[in-house]
Design a protein around this ligand. Structure first.
Ligand SMILES: [Fe+2]
Ligand SMILES: [Fe+2]
Length: 277
């Protein structure tokens, strides 16, 4: 699967992009970023089992923790550093604003801009005490065999599902072309925010939110045996979103104070005044 070509005005030059999402460091490297990201994925791949995902859904999809305005949730994200991301230590709200502004600069619809601005809002799970390996990082289906094209696939030997005959076949618990809506994804901010916003955004926006970290699908072309026609139709939206998420991490960020009125109006158009987390 090819990634979409993009000529987006707000994005880094293509020549600079090869250095992003570079997980290919020497395993024995003393580079602290490589070691940090590897350790993150060792925990993630070991613990994200089918039973773990079911337990996290039962826990968090009740949305009975607290109510917050979208802005209050965004303010919290400023305190979070994403251990899974080898590219940036930028505050989360800066990443969200840069992503959204790059989308807006390219003239996309306002719901696409809003999606850029809130796509990582589910990382508030960290605020509630969840470990980062259960909130951020690449996502993938559970309940069937792990693709070799998932980042750090060697760590799945530590995952109990790898030795469980219900889950370690090509289809596992799934039917051919059952659709991703029937597939359980590893637990994280994508799945959580999708359910939180399900009633408020158009379908392409919900696909972007739910699957933006599912690189094995939207970049590597894996898992096509369990996608359906709806997934295939929305794949282009997930792929269209991805460069903005990755490459708008530039060192000259837009100024939030100047843009706040625009984003307040945008949130008011689509989202309720308070969200239940
Ligand atoms: Fe994300
Ligand atoms: Fe992001």
């Amino acid at each position: 699967m090819n990634r979409p070509t993009d000529t987006a005005a707000g994005l880094a030059e293509p020549s600079q992009r090869d250095s992003y999402r570079n997980y290919g460091g020497d395993p024995e490297s003393a580079d602290p970023t490589t070691a940090r990201v590897r350790e993150f994925y060792r925990h993630n791949h070991q613990h994200q089992t089918f039973d773990f995902v079911a337990a996290k859904k039962a826990q968090w999809l009740q949305f009975n923790r607290r109510e917050m305005s979208p802005w209050a949730a965004l303010d919290y994200l400023n305190t979070l550093v994403d251990e899974s991301d080898p590219d940036t230590l930028l505050p989360q709200i800066s990443h969200l604003l840069q992503t959204a502004e790059a989308i807006r600069a390219d003239g996309h619809p306002d719901w696409f801009v809003l999606t850029g601005f809130i796509h990582d809002l589910g990382k508030v799970l960290c605020l509630f005490g969840e470990p980062q390996w259960a909130v951020v990082g690449d996502t993938y289906p559970v309940g069937c065999r792990h693709s070799e094209r998932i980042v750090y696939p060697e760590f799945f030997v530590l995952n109990a599902d790898t030795r469980d005959s219900r889950y370690n076949t090509e289809y596992g618990i799934y039917e051919p072309h059952c659709g991703l809506g029937a597939v359980h994804m590893s637990w994280g901010h994508d799945e959580y925010l999708y359910h939180l916003l399900e009633a408020h955004l158009p379908e392409p926006a919900l696909y972007m939110i739910r699957y933006h970290s599912f690189y094995a699908w939207h970049r590597e072309g894996q898992y096509r045996h369990i996608t359906d026609a709806r997934d295939e139709a929305n794949l282009r939206w997930v792929q269209a979103f991805n460069p903005y998420d990755l490459y708008s991490k530039n060192p000259n960020p837009p100024v939030l104070a100047e843009l706040k009125p625009y984003y307040e109006d945008l949130m008011a158009k689509y989202l309720p005044a308070t969200l239940r987390f």
